[in-house]
Design a protein. Structure first.
Length: 188
């Protein structure tokens, strides 16, 4: 004998699709090639930072020198670039829906980040670490993070001064001084 269904009973809810149930996007040759190129680019950038950092010196009079941080970051970038290249070369890439192309707002944020990073690298030589870092964090919080300007200014000021004090006095690291005479005269 069959069982009778209660007409008032609700149908079981459909189980939401999990990552295992969703068909992943195909890993195309172009996608593999793009990841190989990205791996090579990161490895080259990492190698440049590593060798540049080593040329600055890892220590100065027994304290961490100006080349320590670039050497650490460069080594990590070099390692991760090689790993990405090898994964892409072996075809072990996962192309889930997370790996989609950014929308126009995402592209705008990426471009602002790249442009402000390039300006920061240039500006730190002219206006010194403290002012350049404070302005850099302000721009990222305001335009990339879409925070209110007053909050961004306060956070940027605390971060800029805090990192300056931590690096210069806490760790004893020499930070870039301003090239402009009037800023250098006041210790920036």
């Amino acid at each position: 004998m069959g069982t009778l269904k209660d007409p008032t009973a609700e149908e079981p809810a459909e189980v939401p699709a999990t990552r295992e149930h969703v068909d992943a996007l195909p890993v195309t040759t172009a996608y593999r090639r793009a990841n190989q190129i990205a791996g090579i680019a990161f490895a080259l950038l990492g190698a440049g930072l590593t060798f540049g950092g080593l040329s600055l010196g890892l220590t100065v009079r027994g304290v961490p020198g100006p080349g320590l941080f670039p050497t650490i970051i460069g080594s990590l970038l070099l390692l991760l670039g090689v790993v990405l290249f090898c994964i892409a070369l072996a075809g072990k890439l996962d192309r889930s829906e997370d790996a989609s192309v950014p929308d126009s707002l995402g592209v705008r944020r990426i471009l602002i980040t790249l442009l402000s990073s390039a300006i920061f690298i240039w500006a730190v030589l002219w206006i010194g670490y403290l002012i350049a870092m404070t302005l850099y964090v302000f721009v990222l919080l305001s335009f990339v993070g879409a925070r209110r300007r007053t909050n961004s200014a306060l956070i940027a000021l605390v971060f800029g001064v805090g990192s300056f004090v931590a690096f210069k006095y806490g760790l004893g690291l020499p930070l870039p001084s301003a090239a402009l005479p009037f800023l250098r005269g006041i210790g920036l």
